[in-house]
Design a protein around this ligand. Structure first.
Ligand SMILES: [Zn+2]
Length: 84
């Protein structure tokens, strides 16, 4: 199994939650190491008035620690479909 290190970018930008190591112990007490990745979402957020695309874990997103930016099609008013 390939180990995902934090230098590869698999971590939350807000709380710095990365891959977690856990031991799978069988009935014969043989230990196998498993790695669990956090539930990461790539979203566009507002940072000091500017739109930034970052990886955020689902818990930070749910707790409202970031302000999600508008979708791209809504951020440019000239591209909106006109209702006639
Ligand atoms: Zn987080």
């Amino acid at each position: 199994m390939q180990i995902q290190s934090q230098s590869q970018g698999k971590h939350c930008e807000i709380c710095d939650k990365g891959s977690m190591q856990r031991n799978m112990v069988s009935h014969s007490k043989r230990v196998a190491i498993r790695y669990a990745l956090p539930n990461l979402r790539k979203i566009r957020i507002l940072v000091k008035g500017k739109v930034n695309t970052v990886w955020i874990c689902a818990k930070c997103l749910k707790r409202g620690k970031v302000i999600p930016a508008l979708p791209r099609r809504l951020s440019r008013p000239d591209t909106l479909p006109t209702s006639k």
